[in-house]
Ligand binder design. Structure first.
Ligand code: CDP
Ligand code: CDP
Length: 215
C-alpha cells in the first residue's frame, strides 16, 4: 500500500505547523516539521561557533549531523532541541543556511526517506514544489506579513521569550525575501497546490478547509 503524503507550504507564521499537527492526529499519520531540520543545523552551527558565511564548514558539519523525529520531538545528534531552535537568533540566521544547495540536498534526502517509510504530513517551503512533487495533497497557506509577525510575536511572548514586535517583523520580511529568491528550491506555490489565505481564519477553520479536500 502506498503511503499518504500531504504537503503544506507557505511563509513563516501562516499557520502551517499548528494546522499540520492537528491533521496528523486526526489522520493518525506522522507530522514532519522540515523547518525544524534547517533550524537544527543552524542551531548547531551557532553553538559550534561556525561562521554562517562559511559554506564549506557548514556543509561539512551537516554531513556529520544526525537529525531524527520521534513522537513530535526533534533530535539533534541524539538530544531533544524542540525549544532551543525557536529563538530569534536561530530564526535570523536560518534562511542563509537553508540557501546552501548541498545542505538542502542532505535534508531533502532525509525527508524523502521519511515519506517512503510512513504516511506523513510535512510542512515547509518546498515540499509540494520540490521534495514531493507527486504528493497526494498539496496546500499553500498564506497570510499578510504583519498578521504573521503578530501571531509569532504573541506565541514567543507566551513562551517567555523576550522579543520585540519590530524585530519579528524584520525577521519575517527578511526570511520571506531570502526564501523566495534563493536559486535552489525556493519558496513558491506549486501549480497544483490549493492556496488558503488564513489571515481572517482561525485554526479550526483552516483545519476544516483542509479536511474537506482530504475527505
Ligand atoms: O516556523 P517558521 O515558519 O518561522 O519557519 P520554519 O518552518 O521553522 O522554517 C525556518 C526556515 O527554514 C525558513 O525561513 C526557511 O529558510 C527554511 N526552510 C526551508 O528552506 N525549506 C523548508 N522546507 C523548510 C524551512
Ligand atoms: O508553521 P508556521 O510558521 O506557518 O505557523 P505556526 O507556527 O503554525 O503559527 C504561528 C502562530 O499563529 C501560532 O501561535 C498559531 O497558533 C497562530 N495561528 C493563528 O493565530 N491563526 C491561524 N489561522 C493559524 C495560526
Amino acid at each position: 500500500m502506498n503511503n499518504l503524503v500531504i504537503a503544506v507550504d507557505g511563509p513563516a507564521g501562516a499557520g502551517k505547523s499548528t494546522v499540520a499537527k492537528i491533521i496528523a492526529k486526526k489522520l493518525n499519520i506522522n507530522y514532519i516539521d522540515t523547518g525544524a531540520m534547517y533550524r537544527a543545523i543552524t542551531y548547531k552551527a551557532i553553538k559550534e561557533n561556525i561562521n554562517i558565511e562559511d559554506e564549506k564548514s557548514l556543509i561539512e558539519m551537516a554531513k556529520n549531523t544526525q537529525i531524527d523525529f520521534k513522537e513530535n520531538n526533534i533530535y539533534l545528534d541524539g538530544q531533544i532541541i524542540n525549544e532551543e531552535i525557536r529563538t530569534l537568533t536561530v530564526s535570523s540566521n536560518v534562511s542563509k543556511v537553508a540557501q546552501i544547495k548541498e545542505i538542502r540536498e542532505i535534508m531533502v534526502d532525509l525527508q524523502r526517506k521519511m515519506g517512503q517509510k510512513y504516511s506523513v504530513i510535512m510542512d515547509g517551503r518546498d515540499i509540494g514544489s520540490y521534495v514531493f512533487k507527486d504528493a497526494d495533497f498539496k496546500f499553500y497557506l498564506t497570510a499578510g506579513a504583519n498578521e504573521r509577525a503578530n501571531r509569532r510575536y504573541k506565541e514567543l511572548k507566551e513562551k517567555g521569550h523576550d522579543v520585540k514586535l519590530d524585530d519579528i517583523i524584520k525577521d519575517i520580511q527578511n526570511r520571506d525575501e531570502i526564501d523566495s529568491k534563493r536559486d535552489f528550491a525556493p519558496l513558491v506555490k506549486a501549480d497544483d497546490a490549493i492556496e488558503i489565505d488564513t489571515s481572517n481564519k482561525n485554526i479550526d477553520e483552516v483545519v476544516n478547509d483542509i479536511m474537506k479536500y482530504i475527505n
